[in-house]
Design a protein around this ligand. Structure first.
Ligand SMILES: [Zn+2]
Length: 221
């Protein structure tokens, strides 16, 4: 069986082949709210402007809640099919990075069964997709490469039915998606039952700092 680092390397090579399909990316470096990140804009993506706004909004919300992003944080904005909405958390040497691709479906809220596709007052689908993807990265860095790439982290799990009702259908898919969806929901101001919060903490969900979020919660660890 592949080691965690081998799995991480496979993922990252998938990332490179996805972005290689885009002919021209225009990189712009931003330094906002203490976060430094680069947006790579596919000049053929008609929704690029909208997605860039989503990136700024997502980063500023997340950093305002006390999280910091890795030094190497990049967002690839494109409309090629190969680049789906994904997040890559480790570079080929296993070092923590945050590389997010926002593909064709970003402006529709991704797969359609998650919070990103639900109508919400203040957040566009692409902003929610970005928060969800960053949630995966923060989760991965929180638990570390070994734990995150354990096959069981991709499992379906017992809390599914309950949490699907409370969080989203997509959250019931796997432990990883549950964490990313609860992270997203909390960031946009939703609150969840204690059972749900406990499950999130047990799975190593990124700790939400009580001091900076009225609707947030502390992890149990
Ligand atoms: Zn996800």
């Amino acid at each position: 069986m592949a080691t965690a680092l081998e799995t991480a390397k496979l993922e990252v090579s998938a990332f490179f082949s996805a972005i290689a399909r885009v002919k021209t990316f225009r990189p712009t470096k931003y330094n906002r709210n203490g976060a430094t990140y680069t947006v790579y804009e596919d000049l053929g993506d008609g929704n690029a402007g909208q997605k860039k706004l989503a990136v700024h909004q997502a980063v500023s919300l997340i950093t305002s809640k006390g999280f910091s992003l890795p030094t190497d944080t990049r967002f690839y904005v494109t409309n090629t099919y190969e680049a789906q909405n994904r997040a890559f958390h480790f570079d080929p040497l296993g070092r923590p990075v945050c590389w997010v691709t926002l593909g064709m479906a970003a402006t529709k809220g991704g797969s359609g069964s998650g919070i990103s596709a639900q109508p919400t007052n203040n957040f566009a689908p692409e902003t929610k997709v970005t928060i969800h993807e960053i949630g995966h990265t923060l989760h991965a860095h929180n638990v570390g490469v070994e734990q995150f790439f354990k096959p069981s982290t991709k499992d379906r799990w017992k809390g599914c039915a309950v949490c699907a009702g409370e969080v989203s259908q997509y959250a019931a898919g796997t432990k990883k998606e549950f964490v990313a969806e609860v992270f997203l929901g909390t960031m946009i101001g939703r609150n969840y039952s204690n059972k749900c919060k406990q499950e999130y903490a047990l799975l190593g969900g990124p700790r939400i700092l009580a001091s900076s979020s009225s609707s947030g919660f502390m992890a149990m660890s």
